[in-house]
Design a protein around this ligand. Structure first.
Ligand code: AMP
Length: 176
């Protein structure tokens, strides 16, 4: 199976959640057992030699492949969540969205200085969400951070928001 087969499994839903947005639906990608196995294998190959100790997934679609990848890499899994969801003491970052501001949180004790983190989400659009997540993980003071997405919407040039020293990797790239 190659990347084009995986790309063909991503469903395009026009005008969701609002008119003008082409929504990339990953449920059609994940529901096929062969796709799941292939995604896990491809991601494992990319990060096996990086010494990853924690995979950090962003709510909510980063919670699907994130733990699978953590298991494959022999790493732990840490969730980044929307405000008010995590029960213990948190640290947070806020960021501008198209309409208003958003905040994300992580447990204060989730990461330690010797952690090598793989930050994971399903899709890179403008990059705003992941940049806030990157800052949050940096706030926690870890050794190194890698960033991974399954899908990149290349036309939106979200990659450009990250500092040049961070390795940003995507499995599938789509143009509009
Ligand atoms: P952004 O912060 O603009 O990079 O947006 C990324 C977040 O929004 C990710 O968590 C995605 O799941 C979601 N998202 C943004 N645009 C789309 C899209 N066209 N299709 C599916 N999900 C999207």
């Amino acid at each position: 199976m190659n990347i084009d087969t995986l790309k063909a499994s991503v469903r395009n839903v026009p005008d969701f959640p609002i008119p003008g947005i082409q929504f990339k639906d990953v449920t059609t990608l994940f529901k096929e057992p062969n796709n799941l196995r292939q995604l896990a294998q491809l991601l494992k190959e990319r990060y096996a030699d990086k010494g990853i100790t924690k995979v950090v997934g962003i709510e909510s679609r980063g919670f699907i492949m994130g733990p699978i990848l953590a298991l494959e890499l022999g790493a732990g899994f840490v969730p980044i969540r929307k405000p008010g969801k995590l029960p213990a003491e948190t640290i947070e970052e806020s960021y501008e969205k198209e309409y208003g501001r958003d905040t994300i949180q992580m447990h204060r004790d989730a990461l330690s200085p010797d952690d090598v983190v793989l930050l994971h989400d399903d899709l890179l659009a403008t990059g705003g969400t992941m940049l806030a997540a990157y800052r949050l993980v940096r706030q926690a003071g870890v050794k190194q951070v890698y960033i991974n997405f399954l899908i990149e919407l290349a036309d939106l040039r979200g990659r450009g928001v990250f500092p040049p020293e961070v390795e940003v990797d995507t499995l599938m790239s789509f143009d509009k």
